[in-house]
Design a protein around this ligand. Structure first.
Ligand SMILES: Cc1cc2nc3c(=O)[nH]c(=O)nc-3n(C[C@H](O)[C@H](O)[C@H](O)COP(=O)(O)O)c2cc1C
Length: 331
């Protein structure tokens, strides 16, 4: 876990990743972060995590998923992203940061949402341009890389899903057209990662994942299990670890890919993460665990995440996603 890793043009101090985790600490109309947001990321920086993937940031107001979601939809937002990067680097100049770009498509909370199945070509062209603009802002704000959020049911997740994409034109599920256009538009701005959700080897998204990895070359790929559905337990629990995507990692290893893989989903401990690293993953992502204890990599870690998912449910009640078991304030 504590070995370095080179991704594209930057080095990461160790193999731990704070997987994207919406904090619910942004203004509900503008997406501008509040003070708590900065405090959370500053605190995370003190915990020796290698790569912090920021919570999903909407690339346009029509792509806004949650009430209190972070925005990167406008040039005026760059200053807030720059500020949080500066705060984090002042604490730990080796920390690496990733801006997650998202368009929630039909899953948006706004009225004029875009459903891939009925969207006009012009609307989709606008989305492609919005991703490009957001990536340029991410670069000026000082992030090391971007991550394209392509999990279901967001717009790009929908576009690559045979179940959710019912278009029969060139934007059909098999040809990955929108996905390809978005990748082309952000290419060369910052190193690019992609996040795909796949729960178990036979799931639809896993098939899509293998096809995507054959057709595209990313700087890194994150595969995750859902925090909402029953996990596919493939490894005996170890101090509460449930390694949701072990079968996928084993299969990916056989594909001999040369792009780094982050596996996320169910991990609680360094020991559990080491199992995934030994299986061939390059990095291990933790989301709920960091909400429970953002110093678990360095403090002897006695705090267990109960996986109650109240953190996630809070977001839907327009509250912060903080852990209900976490007694302490941000330290
Ligand atoms: C409160 C909460 C907020 C999340 N926000 C995001 C997000 O903004 N973007 C994203 O890609 N995934 C998000 N996720 C999913 C996590 O990144 C991760 O894939 C999932 O929780 C499984 O990892 P875990 O078992 O370590 O929690 C969120 C999860 C939680 C619990």
């Amino acid at each position: 876990m504590f070995n370095k890793l080179q991704i594209s043009n930057f080095e990461i101090e160790n193999r731990s990743v704070r997987a994207a985790t919406a904090t619910g600490n942004c203004d509900k109309l503008t997406g501008i972060p509040d003070q708590k947001f900065y405090d959370i990321y500053e605190s995370l920086s003190r915990g020796h995590v290698g790569l912090v993937i920021f919570e999903h940031a909407f690339v346009s107001l029509r792509g806004k998923a949650d009430h209190n979601q972070l925005g990167i939809h406008d040039d005026s937002m760059t200053q807030y992203h720059a500020k949080v990067n500066q705060i984090m680097r002042a604490v730990n100049d080796k920390i690496r940061t990733c801006c997650q770009l998202a368009h929630a498509g039909a899953a948006c909370s706004v009225e004029n949402k875009i459903n891939l199945n009925t969207a006009s070509v012009q609307e989709l062209d606008e989305v492609v341009q919005q991703y490009k603009n957001a990536a340029i802002r991410a670069k000026s704000a000082g992030y090391d890389c971007i991550q394209i959020h392509a999990s279901n049911p967001f717009l790009l997740g929908q576009s690559i899903s045979p179940q959710l994409n019912s278009r029969s034109d060139s934007y059909n599920a098999q040809d990955f057209k929108l996905f390809r256009q978005v990748l082309d538009s952000v290419s060369g701005i910052l190193p690019i990662g992609v996040k795909i959700q796949c729960d178990g080897l036979d799931a639809e998204n896993t098939t899509v994942l293998f096809k995507l990895l054959k057709e595209f070359k990313f700087h890194f790929v994150e595969i995750t299990g859902s925090n909402q559905i029953a996990p596919v337990r493939t490894k005996v629990d170890l101090n509460g670890d449930q390694y949701y995507n072990q079968k996928v990692i084993m299969k990916l290893k056989q594909m001999h890919l040369d792009q780094p893989i982050i596996v996320t989903g169910g991990f609680q401990t360094v020991e559990g993460a080491n199992i995934a690293l030994n299986d061939g993953a390059d990095m291990v992502g933790f989301s709920r665990k960091f909400l429970r204890n953002d110093k678990f990599l360095i403090d002897g870690d006695k705090l267990e995440c109960k996986k109650c998912n109240q953190c996630f449910k809070n977001l839907f009640d327009y509250k912060e996603s903080c852990c209900v078991s976490r007694q302490a304030k941000i330290i």
